[in-house]
Design a binder for this molecule. Structure first.
Ligand code: NCD
Ligand code: ZN
Length: 349
């Protein structure tokens, strides 16, 4: 089958991104706004976004950091803590300040120290979210150091998520950045109120990328990439046409020095080449025609939002990804740095 020389899609959204704050914000917002119309912005800032006031102020900083001429809408999330006020969360959703809540098990990942220590502590919030239809976005890994890091997602599904869904069967849940066959099977079998996001990097790399000729900090993220067979299950889910699986990059920039360190941070910066990276996978799987629904339709339908107007065009032109991207004194090594991608997003006029 010959490939088309270009591919036009309805404008897509990113249903899971880290835009950061301070000096990193400009770079992260610009790279995401060039690719996506809207994005679910993760609240794991320091301090975390737990109130309407904090979210409104973050939204303004994001908008101020967005380059002129790019039409981009940030969707904010509330960071769940053991002590968060259910009324603050519900009011934020009803006023359109919060699009969802994010559950980080305390200690699971970057800036998750203020996260939830036991999901039973937030049952009151979950109850009210179920009632008003507010989505719960889940970082699905247990933090028990006794559990092998490659098993933490599967163990979370069994020991935390399944019991949570039996307590709140009507709660809208997105299992974020899934990395295992176990997660694919769980979400596929679950009712329609349970969905998942899939990152571009987990479709491209398996755990071998972490050790390819030496230790590779830029391939390290959480949940960590698993065996090849899990990656294959993710690829099949992404291209399956099942609306429960949609695009969420989990693009998570860290300064180069924080990645290339004796204790490197978790996070892969995919925003500069996100759509191109997904397009490669859909093309390799012979399912390019399904990219549009995955990138631009299933996410908004799950969240109950309108589809975007307008379109973006990908050209089938080889691009070499820069070794590093820089702004305001910050250097970040992007996903696929120095490598070639077969597609390039045409920049909007
Ligand atoms: C994210 C970050 O750096 O904020 N890191 C990551 O590896 N994905 C946090 C997260 O989503 O786990
Ligand atoms: Zn994330």
């Amino acid at each position: 089958m010959t490939s088309p020389s270009q591919l036009t899609l309805r404008r897509p959204d990113d249903w899971h991104v880290h835009l950061r704050d301070g000096t990193m914000l400009e770079l992260a917002v610009a790279d995401t706004a060039r690719q996506f119309a809207r994005a679910i912005c993760m609240p794991n800032l320091v301090p975390p976004v737990t109130t309407r006031a904090a979210a409104l102020s973050y939204r303004q900083r994001i908008q101020a950091a967005c380059p002129a001429g790019l039409d981009f809408t940030p969707l904010l999330t509330a960071y769940l803590t053991d002590a968060i006020d259910p009324q603050e969360v519900a009011a934020g959703y009803e006023e359109g300040v919060f699009a969802a809540c994010k559950l980080y098990p305390a200690g699971a990942t970057t800036n998750s120290d203020a996260g939830v220590t036991d999901v039973r502590n937030i049952d009151a919030v979950l109850e009210s979210m179920q009632e008003i239809g507010m989505p719960l976005l889940v970082h699905g890994e247990v933090v028990n150091p006794e559990v092998d890091v490659f098993d933490r997602e599967a163990v979370f599904i069994e020991t935390v998520l399944e019991p949570l869904l039996s307590r709140f069967p009507g709660l809208k849940v997105v299992l974020e950045h899934i990395t295992t066959r176990d997660a694919v099977n769980f979400v596929t079998a679950a009712p329609v109120n349970v969905a998942a996001t899939i990152t571009a990097h987990h479709l491209h790399i398996d755990r071998n990328a972490l050790f390819d000729g030496g230790l590779r900090p830029h391939a390290y993220c959480l949940p960590v990439a698993k065996r090849r067979g899990h990656r294959e299950a993710l690829r099949h889910a992404a291209v399956s046409g099942n609306p429960k699986f949609f695009l969420g990059t989990d693009s998570a920039p860290h300064p180069r020095s924080a990645k290339e360190s004796a204790c490197g941070c978790a996070g892969i910066y995919t925003a500069p080449v996100a759509l191109e990276s997904y397009a490669e996978v859909f093309e390799e799987e012979g399912r390019l025609e399904r990219l549009e629904a995955f990138a631009s339709e299933y996410g908004p339908r799950f969240y109950g939002l309108a589809l975007n107007a307008g379109s973006v065009t990908l050209e089938r032109t080889v691009q070499t990804v820069p070794e590093v991207v820089e702004n305001a004194g910050q250097s970040v090594v992007p996903f696929k740095a120095g490598q070639e991608l077969r597609w390039r997003l045409r920049q909007r006029a």
